[in-house]
Design a protein around this ligand. Structure first.
Ligand SMILES: C[S@@+](CC[C@H](N)C(=O)[O-])C[C@H]1O[C@@H](n2cnc3c(N)ncnc32)[C@H](O)[C@@H]1O
Ligand code: SF4
Length: 356
């Protein structure tokens, strides 16, 4: 955080102000209030924790006026599996059109470097998107960091080589059980042995092409059926020589299940732990774009509500408005102020988790 590298808190606030003033519509009163508060000498204001929490609140206010840091773009809704906990059912099978995809990237690249990372995961299997490789190349051309999650059921030599050459940054493999029994009980339609083989094949292609990218990460979604296997995922990751493990938090329709993945297992020396217990960045600097151009504020939502209910939550439609009209528009402003208040949207059960 910027204030940590500045001499005093006041300097930090001023630096924040000067760095962001062009993007911000915050009036002078706002900054006067910040400085008055920080200079305050009463008991309450001398309390360091109170000051830090206030700075975090101001930081959130600042972030809420900036373009998103991270955008999730759903490339496809097509899928070959019927995973036990996935909301996907009766989906319309479709890819995002290349025209819409390019228009999204062209709009987001104006916000670089503030908008930095793209995730091509949606409720579908990215490897089934017909223009996956051209899409990665297009986004990489403008310097975005690109990642996605895959079931790895369709991985093959040619695709592995194309993904490495396209310079994909991070590739997460959904891997929900260390044994065939657990894995196939959850990932219905996938073969445990086949996915393991595909992981090994991918690593061999990466090695042959002498590439560090993409970082290959095992991504178990923690569910009642596999929660007991958490420590073994690390052993498997070490054996396979993947780059890390990232546990996903299982979400049930309507709420976050909050299974005990907060009991952080001991970190292994060789295996990194990515995004532990936090799947999505806070929604004030993140958004989700569905394959047909709807802008949603939260990725969790896509596992909590069926697609037919998206209109209740969506904050815009890229077929009707530009990204900037949506992101900086009235509806989004209202949403952000509500989410930062002590009284967020009643459907949002993850907000406390995002900001903890
Ligand atoms: C929706 S899938 C799409 C990508 C790809 N089809 C796959 O399964 O890897 C993305 C991730 O969400 C996880 N997921 C599915 N249903 C979920 C749920 N109800 N709660 C949390 N994560 C879920 C999957 O296990 C997967 O890791
Ligand atoms: S979790 Fe992924 S692979 Fe499984 S059904 Fe959902 S979209 Fe398909």
């Amino acid at each position: 955080m910027l204030v940590e590298v500045c001499g005093t808190i006041q300097d930090g606030v001023l630096a924040y102000k000067s760095l962001t003033f062009r993007c911000l519509k915050l009036g002078d009163n706002f900054w006067k209030e910040v400085l008055d508060f920080l200079k305050g000498e009463d008991e309450e204001n001398r309390n360091v924790e109170h000051k830090i929490s206030t700075i975090n609140r101001f930081k959130l206010q600042v972030i809420s006026h900036l373009p998103p840091k991270h955008v999730q773009v759903e490339l496809t809704t097509k899928c070959n599996l019927k995973c036990k906990f996935c909301i996907r059912s009766n989906e319309i099978d479709g890819d995002m059109s290349m025209e819409l995809f390019k228009s999204i990237i062209d709009q987001l690249r104006r916000y670089k470097p503030l908008t930095r990372t793209l995730d091509f995961t949606g409720v579908g299997e990215p490897l089934l998107c017909e223009h996956l490789i051209p899409s990665i190349k297009y986004a990489k051309r403008y310097g975005f960091t690109v990642s996605f999650i895959s079931s790895f059921t369709f991985m093959n030599q040619a695709l592995a080589s194309d993904l490495v050459k396209a310079q994909l940054d991070n590739l997460y493999v959904s891997f929900d059980g260390v044994s065939k029994q657990t894995f196939e009980k959850i990932r219905i339609g996938a073969s445990f042995e086949q996915v393991l083989e595909n992981i090994k094949l991918f690593i061999s292609v990466k090695n042959r092409l002498k590439s560090f990218k993409p970082r290959l990460v095992l991504r178990p979604t923690i569910y009642p059926d596999n929660v007991h296997e958490i420590p073994q995922f690390f052993e498997l990751a070490e054996k396979l020589k993947v780059d890390g493990v990232s546990f996903g938090d299982y979400v049930v329709r309507g709420e976050s299940a909050g299974l005990p993945i907060n009991n952080k297992p001991k970190r292994r020396k060789k295996i990194s732990l990515f995004n532990f217990g936090r799947n999505f960045p806070p929604c004030i600097s993140y958004c989700y774009i569905s394959f047909d151009g709807k802008v949603l504020p939260c990725g969790y939502l896509t596992q909590m509500v069926p697609r037919k209910d998206y209109p209740l939550f969506q904050l815009g439609d890229l077929n009707q408005n530009s990204f900037s009209e949506i992101w900086f528009g009235q509806r989004y402003k209202h949403f952000k102020s509500k989410i930062m208040s002590s009284n967020p949207h009643p459907k949002c059960t993850t907000v406390s988790k995002c900001y903890q």
